[in-house]
Design a protein around this ligand. Structure first.
Ligand SMILES: *Cc1c(COP(=O)(O)O)cnc(C)c1O
Length: 404
């Protein structure tokens, strides 16, 4: 029996201790060649902690408010550890007897919030979007994909992969599809509506759902608002889509790689994108072959928090974004691009202050830069419930002060 493949209590305790005290950032000197002889597992962890742990960005720090990547709750760390130790393969019922059911349970719990009948997990919304448009191509006679200018690049990527034309619709200043511009004939098109665009968090007019041969809603970012009481109606109309994509590793606070694809008619859609194989006891649904049990951390989170615990955290994030937007709107040296619709705040310093120079003066991880109409804007994303808006306001004031 090779002890490397069984539980090492001391080694795992050491790993947890290093998470709290990784030491100062340092590169252990990895060298350019694969080492001939190993140093041992515990030594490897000791050597890696100052690199991997101390060198990482802190997504849960109180000044982090820049990207759609959330900190993860500790219950997911535990579930992820179980996952890698078990290494179930959801491709085969025999190598994942309960994990497959767990994925279906999580899907069954969540699908009704989106008006969908079922679906499956993917490694993210890029894959969920491609999967949706693949099902659309198989089930309808679409020749093109139509999406707003603000759509995520994975939509153009999907059209390219699937051999479909790609056409964009003009958007308003908010970044959402301009509903006043005629959208043309969509009888041979899959229409992609984005619920929470990546750049500005805008919501496309969801009442366009149902106007095309297939409607897909890319709700990678803002989809989880449907689980809240306060903001579910912001995504009204989404339930008329044929498919919906959500990234669980964004506003469901899950570790990567966790995405969800939901279908209105899951049986017909899954049938259209399934392949059997001689050695497969169950058909392989969707794009991925071997894949892990990302549903287990998600199930653990949903059990630990319930819908209300999840919703209150998302609502709190929305409130943080609103407070930041209010601070920006109230400062005459700053320009707020628009009221945040889904926890994404877009703003910049007014001239003569240069946006990129100003950004460089802000704490790391506080804001990201997005180019709109070829001009840089600063962007905050409310994925971190630990963000401290007072500290962020102080940092903005400090950066303004130092511009003289
Ligand atoms: C993040 C995002 C995606 C891509 O999702 P991944 O999970 O990163 O693959 C797609 N669409 C939108 C609107 C997004 O914000």
């Amino acid at each position: 029996m090779d002890s490397e493949f069984s539980t090492n209590q001391q080694g795992l305790q050491q790993a947890i201790a290093l998470m709290g005290a990784p030491g100062d950032y340092c590169d252990p000197g990895l060298g350019t060649d694969l080492p001939e002889d190993g140093i041992g597992a515990r030594q490897a962890l000791d050597a890696l902690a100052p690199l991997v742990l101390a060198g990482a960005s802190r997504l849960g720090a109180d000044t982090t408010f820049a990207h759609m990547d959330p900190p993860t709750p500790w219950v997911t760390w535990a579930a992820a550890l179980w996952n890698v130790s078990l290494n179930q393969n959801l491709l085969h019922p025999a190598t994942a007897p309960v994990a497959r059911d767990i994925e279906q349970r999580v899907i069954a719990w969540l699908a009704p919030y989106f008006g969908m009948s079922g679906g499956h997990m993917t490694s993210g919304s890029t894959l969920a979007n491609i999967t949706a448009l693949w099902a659309a191509r198989e089930r309808t006679r679409i020749t093109e994909v139509v999406a707003g200018e603000g759509a995520h690049l994975s939509i153009a990527k999907a059209a390219h992969l699937l051999g479909l034309r790609y056409r964009t619709l003009p958007s308003t200043a908010s970044g959402a599809i301009n509903a006043d511009v005629p959208i043309g004939d969509l009888r041979d098109a899959a229409l992609v509506l984005t619920a929470g665009t990546t750049s500005t968090g805008a919501i496309d007019p969801l009442d366009l759902a149902g106007r095309a041969a297939w409607t897909h809603v890319d709700a990678a970012w803002a989809g989880p608002l449907r689980l809240t009481t306060a903001f579910a109606d912001r995504l009204q109309g989404l339930e008329r889509a044929d498919s919906v994509a959500v990234s669980a590793h964004k506003w469901l606070f899950q570790p990567k790689e966790a995405g969800l694809i939901f279908f209105r008619d899951v049986e017909a859609s899954h049938a259209a994108i399934s392949f059997g194989g001689a050695y497969l006891a169950a058909p392989n649904i969707g794009i991925q072959g071997s894949h892990g049990a990302a549903a287990v951390p998600l199930l653990a989170t949903l059990m630990a928090w319930g819908r209300s615990g999840l919703a209150s955290r998302i609502e709190y994030c929305v409130a943080l974004a609103a407070r930041l937007a209010e601070f920006i709107a109230g400062n005459e040296k700053l320009e707020l691009r628009g009221q945040p619709e889904t926890g994404v705040v877009v703003w910049r310093p007014r001239s003569p202050v240069d946006t990129l120079e100003f950004h460089a003066r802000l704490p790391n991880g506080f804001a990201s830069v997005t180019f709109l109409d070829n001009t840089p804007w600063l962007r905050n994303v409310a994925a971190n419930p630990n963000a401290d808006i007072d500290r962020l306001a102080d940092a903005i004031n400090g950066a303004l002060g130092s511009t003289g």
